[in-house]
Ligand binder design. Structure first.
Ligand code: CU
Length: 416
């Protein structure tokens, strides 16, 4: 699901006034002038910076524990699942997953949950970082046009899922009502060069995968756990092409990876990388040199790796049909100098025929699947073709159809 907004850290007007008077009084009494706001003694209350995926807020660093105001708005909105397929998402902050919340251990979080008056349903929030009944759900049940406020103290550091817990709970989660809240340890997580926010979710539509138009939620498919879409960040292609995340050779990348479910466990893997570190299940335990890490529904993991060579790394759920047929595929584009000692690229190609060429056959059928709707116009042909290309063909022919030398020649454009 595409990014709608990025909310920046906002100091409340009273805080700004306080900061200004502090600056003034300090300047008057001690002639001290602060070069930046970072030098100003800690203020006791601040409004949390919330960000849309794949972005995350500024690290907490060495700041002291504070009262942290979280303003979260629930929005029900229609958006694109994939080309030509629309879906009504229920969201925390206008995106799937919801806005990323970054706190530190010991913060007193005042959570203000607002249900937009145009919404049709009541909602609430269960944060797994909360110690208390329902993770906040019991205190936050809020009707459209209302606001509920509750507070909690972050006792345990870690990366936690939050989600709506209004009945039917599975339906609210399936429609996109989940996100991540990070509770950093005292002193913050170690510094890295790039941080990103990724969350997997499974979706259930009345129509089959790719069937166009506005698709309602299918309760029976959800109960049966027969997902039509399994995606990162709310839609097919939310992290591919122009939406890919980026890094430069030599940088260390940290991914905050969550799984909203509602049903499926993720076998999270990055093709072409090895995780140097995994904070297993988002907790304190660090495992090293990992190829694939399991992320349970309603769970999370932090993975870190240094990118050593340029290229496009492919993020997948390694339950691999989900990646290539249902959407659970993203890209991390790495730019920089080649390092032939770490990865040579192709050195040579020769002929190998131990027992003659093998012939692969594909199953075939004369019947047209019910879900396949023929394109009626040239515009539809182009649109359908693009969807097919991005789902299947680009793995070999690459994004621009440039192909792979000696294997897949560049595609030629032919209008028919
Ligand atoms: Cu809800």
């Amino acid at each position: 699901m595409k990014i709608n907004t990025t909310k920046k850290l906002v100091l409340r007007s009273t805080q700004l006034a306080g900061v200004a008077s502090l600056l003034f009084s300090c300047a008057e009494k001690e002639k001290k002038v602060y070069a930046s706001t970072a030098e100003i003694p800690a203020i006791r209350e601040m409004t949390a910076e919330l960000t849309s995926p794949p972005h995350v807020p500024t690290p907490v660093g060495k700041r002291k524990a504070k009262k942290l105001i979280v303003d979260m708005e629930i929005l029900e909105l229609e958006s694109e699942m994939t080309n030509g397929v629309r879906y009504v998402y229920w969201t925390f902050g206008g995106t799937v997953p919801g806005s990323f919340i970054r706190t530190r251990v010991g913060d007193e979080v005042e959570f203000r949950l607002k249900n937009h008056p145009d919404n049709k349903l009541p909602h609430n929030i269960d944060l797994h970082a909360v110690t208390g009944p329902g993770g906040g759900a019991e205190s936050s049940f809020v009707a459209p046009g209302r606001e509920k406020v509750f507070s909690f103290k972050t006792l345990n550091p870690g990366l936690y899922v939050y989600h709506c817990a209004t009945a039917p709970v599975g339906m609210h989660i399936a429609n996109g009502m989940y996100g991540l809240i990070l509770v950093e340890p005292e002193g913050g997580l170690p510094r890295v060069d790039k941080e990103y926010y990724i969350m997997q979710g499974d979706f259930y539509t009345k129509g089959a995968n790719g069937e166009r138009g506005l698709q309602p939620f299918d309760m029976q498919k959800a109960v049966n756990e027969h997902a039509d879409y399994v995606v990162f960040n709310g839609s097919v292609g939310a992290l591919t092409g122009d939406n890919a995340i980026t890094a430069n050779v030599g940088e260390t990348v940290r991914l905050f990876v969550g799984n909203g479910g509602p049903n499926l466990v993720s076998s999270f893997h990055v093709i072409g990388e090895i995780f140097d570190k995994v904070y297993v299940e988002g907790g304190d335990l660090i495992n090293e040199n990992i190829q694939t890490t399991l992320i349970p529904a309603g769970g999370a993991a932090i993975v870190e790796f240094k990118v050593d060579v340029p290229g496009t790394l492919i993020l997948v759920d390694h339950s691999i049909f989900r990646a290539f047929n249902k959407g659970a595929l993203g890209m991390l584009k790495v730019e920089g100098e080649e390092n032939k000692k770490i990865y040579s690229g192709e050195l040579r190609e020769g002929i190998y025929l131990p027992e003659g060429p093998g012939i692969q056959t594909m199953p075939s059928t004369d019947e047209t699947p019910e879900s396949e709707i023929p394109a009626k116009t040239m515009a539809e042909k182009m649109e359908f073709g693009k969807a097919t290309f991005m789902q299947t063909c680009f793995a070999c022919h690459l994004g621009e159809g440039q192909g792979i030398p000696e294997a897949f020649p560049p595609l030629q454009i032919r209008i028919i």
